[in-house]
Design a protein around this ligand. Structure first.
Ligand code: NCD
Length: 304
């Protein structure tokens, strides 16, 4: 099935048939991984341009490409790129698109992915633009919810503890809105509440949500999606220091709870290491799902 988008900038572009297809195709990719891989992307080259640190996103995109028979070129954006020399993002895209068949970019500036996609002569994928969006993380989170809970509708999903700055929360909320009966709890202090644009989308769609500063509020949900406080997006470093240990999930808080615990990682202070031993701690399985999802996405966007 062809996807409805050529470039992937925001989760808002993804239709329910797109999401359904990608979840199913990702699960089928287990067979490719169990076998000797595939050569469906033989002759294709992916350019990875990361102007902000990345471990999982970059490694899983690059691995996905190799597992499907493709190849990768990369520019270490931090320190060595033409952007540092003053090149516009549009020129960088034109240039990378002249070498590669697809571009994945991460950048600290919110909204720049849309500009980059507009200038890209080849399919472009947003690997995270500032605090705005991270649509492939949203898709792999949706895949994880499906695999852990057996459904992606009718769920109570709690998000902690920095809804304001977390691009992964913004993307996942938008994708979960494609399915009936999901409702949300946003956990965080008043200064880190979810931004009005997302809340008004929820109101418009008639999706139920609540906001609370009680760190225990997620324990009775179906899914508790944690994310570190996004230190690099705080205007005031003192505020980050004041809040960083306010919201720490521990195994004792989760006693008797069957909630699925997710985190896009890296985990910093928000989940104590004793939670890792619980069978419902899904975050390392979630990270592996990133490989399957990116294989499915690259195959769909690039295979002839
Ligand atoms: C997330 C990101 O970059 O937004 N990481 C990731 O892609 N797995 C979450 C984070 O950095 O906290």
């Amino acid at each position: 099935m062809p996807l409805t988008f050529r470039h992937l900038v925001s989760a808002s572009q993804i239709t329910r048939p797109d999401a359904d297809f990608l979840v199913d195709r990702s699960i089928a990719m287990e067979e490719v991984l169990a076998g000797s891989g595939s050569d469906v992307l033989k002759g294709k080259i992916l350019a990875t341009l990361f102007y902000e640190p990345s471990t999982r996103t970059r490694l899983s995109f690059e691995t996905a490409m190799y597992r499907l028979g493709g190849q990768v070129i990369t520019a270490d954006g931090i320190g060595s790129s033409s952007l540092k020399k003053g090149e516009s993002i549009e020129d960088t895209m034109r240039m990378a698109g002249a070498y590669a068949d697809c571009i994945v970019m991460r950048h600290p500036q919110s909204g720049i992915a849309e500009v980059a996609a507009g200038a890209s002569p080849v399919p472009f994928i947003n690997g995270g633009d500032g605090g705005n969006e991270h649509p492939t993380q949203g898709l792999l989170d949706l895949l994880t919810i499906q695999r852990e809970r057996g459904t992606r509708s009718g769920l109570h999903v709690a998000f902690g503890c920095d809804p304001k700055h977390s691009r992964t929360i913004r993307s996942l909320v938008r994708l979960l809105c494609l399915y009936e009966g999901n409702r949300f709890t946003f956990i965080g202090p008043p200064s880190l509440r979810m931004s009005d644009d997302v809340l008004s989308e929820l109101k418009q769609r008639g999706v139920a949500f609540e906001e609370t500063d009680d760190p225990r509020a997620g324990v009775t949900a179906d899914v508790l999606y944690m994310n570190r406080l996004q230190q690099e997006r705080f205007e005031d470093p003192a505020e980050f220091e004041r809040l960083r240990r306010n919201y720490v999930l521990t195994a004792s808080m989760l006693q008797g709870s069957t909630v699925t615990i997710m985190d896009p990682l890296p985990r910093v202070d928000e989940i104590a290491p004793d939670v890792d031993l619980l069978p419902n701690a899904a975050y390392f399985r979630q990270a592996r799902n990133g490989l399957l999802l990116r294989m499915a996405l690259l195959e769909s966007m690039l295979a002839a």
